[in-house]
Every structure is written in structure tokens, then in C-alpha cells.
Design a protein around this ligand. Sequence first.
Ligand code: SAM
Ligand code: SF4
Length: 304
Amino acid sequence: MSVKQLKTMYPLSYIEPLFRPPSEWKSLILQVTNGCSWNKCTFCEMYTGENKKFRPKKIDLLEQEIISIAQSGLPVSRVFLADGDAMMLPFKRLKEILLLIQKYLPQVNRVSSYCLPRNLTNKTVEQLSELNKLGLSLLYIGCESGDDEVLALINKGETYQTSLIALQKITAAGLKSSVMILNGLGGPELSQQHAQNSARLMNEAQPDYLSTLVVSFPLGMDRFSAAFDGAFRLLTQAELFAEMKALLTELELNKTIFRSDHASNYLVLKGILGRDKTKLLAQVEQAIEQPENTNLRSEWQRGL
Ligand SMILES: C[S@@+](CC[C@H](N)C(=O)[O-])C[C@H]1O[C@@H](n2cnc3c(N)ncnc32)[C@H](O)[C@@H]1O
Ligand code: SF4
């Protein structure tokens, strides 16, 4: 559903732009915060607009919005809490929001949100488990990489260890985790260590979902490449496939739904890992050896 459709369907006033994971296309987007509380990752321009300065929405306003959605009678079974890291809200506020959703929209069976590892530092497993019981079921974590050198260069403000602790907390609380890793993020020089350490992080954390996107810079890459001292360049298609091969080779997952189908990818991959590892690796190898015989997205079909 586009923002335009959402606005027509639901009586909500969004501060745009609005982002949500592709799999939340059917969900009602409830903008409980505006912007991102960190907003310093050098590859991300999603919340850099003047109107996107971070601010939580007042609870009274949220209650009014939820009531008007309930009164509209429109079907809502899933809710996505926006914007960039709604999980930065304190436990108490998140609980209030979930209770309002339960009260006015009792048919909702899934609430999800983006989440930064640091959003969970001051939340205990018990508190997360309480939020889970109140309906919060899935958190999307942009780990982006498991390599500390890459994480420092992109100014994620997180490390292998902080990401792992957060992912383990999520699992311990009974919540599901969906991790995003960015292909091409370390440029050619750090490509192999980016792939290997990202796989190591995933193997230790065993997330429920894993998706890979290709880092892209529709607004230019000066801010991003500055940290690399001019040594960064985008990976070629062949290099991206080689990085994906390294990642898949190292992944030892028990039951993770793997998706590399975001519009930024040239090669669409979908499967369950470990079950489909051999099949997925064969698809990547074919793309490396015979790109002309592989179904790849053209440049114009790609996007963020
Ligand atoms: C809207 S952001 C919110 C995620 C959340 N704040 C986090 O960092 O965990 C969702 C994801 O979009 C992806 N993204 C952001 N900028 C991107 C870019 N320039 N190229 C590719 N993917 C990007 C990153 O994987 C990021 O985690
Ligand atoms: S990737 Fe996430 S944490 Fe980083 S600036 Fe973008 S929204 Fe914020």
C-alpha cells in the first residue's frame, strides 16, 4: 500500500516521507515517532529532511488516531510502528501504545517496528516479553554488517557485540527478529570480511528472518565515502555476487527465512536457510559464471 492509499483509507496525518519494510505492505502504519533518534548512519538519507527531526508523537494524539481508525471500520490486522526506530520509546510508552491498540483494535494480531540494538539497552528481557504478550511480535533490525571496521566506517553506532546482545534479547523475550544486511557496504577492500563477519553474527544470533539489500546512493555518496578516505567505490555486479557467495557459504542457519528480493538487488534470492543453502549458492554461482543466462534486474528496475 502506498502512503497515498494509506492516507485515503485511514484518517491519519503522516509526516512524510514514510518508510516501512516491504513485508509490511498490508499493515497500518502508525507513526508513533517522527524520524530516527540516531540519524547518523552515513549511507542513510531516509530521515534527513528538515521536517523529519526526531520527535515522539504525543500519546493523546495517538489515542485519537487509533480511535478514528477504529471508527472508520476499515480492516486492520497488522500494525507497523514507524518511523526509523520506534523501539527507542521507553518501555512504559510502548506498553501504553500496545494497550491502546488492544483496546480499540482488538482484531490486530501483529505489531512490528524497526529497532536499533541500542533501543533495547535499557529494556529487560522481562519487559520485552511483556510487550510481546501485549501484541508486539516482530522487530526489524538493520545490523547492516557484522564487521566492526565496516560498522565504524558507516557510523552505525553499533558493533558485532551490541548487535548480538540485542538479537539474543529479542529471541529470549519470545519476539521474532528480522535482520537487514547491506551488500556492498564495505566496498571492494572490505567485501570479504564484511561477508564473513556478517555471517558469523547471523550464525550466533540465528534470526527468524534475514534479508539483504544492496547499498545504493540515489542522493550521492560524498557523505558516505568521506570516511573511506576516497577509497570507496560501489561494487560491480560480479563483485556483489561474489560477496553474496561468501556470505551464503559461511551462513550456518537452522531455520531462517532468507530474502534477497528488495528492489535494490540485481539477483532475487528466496529460501529457507539452512535447507536451501545449496540451491541458493547454485543460483549465485550461475549469476557469477553466466550472468547473460540469469534472470537479473536491469538498472531501471532497481530502486531503494
Ligand atoms: C528505514 S531504515 C530503518 C532501520 C532502523 N533504523 C535500523 O537501523 O535498524 C531501514 C533499512 O533501510 C536500509 N537502507 C537505508 N539506507 C540505505 C541505502 N542507502 N541503501 C540501501 N539500503 C538502505 C538499511 O538496511 C536500514 O536498516
Ligand atoms: S539506518 Fe536506521 S539508524 Fe541508521 S540513520 Fe537510517 S534509520 Fe537511523
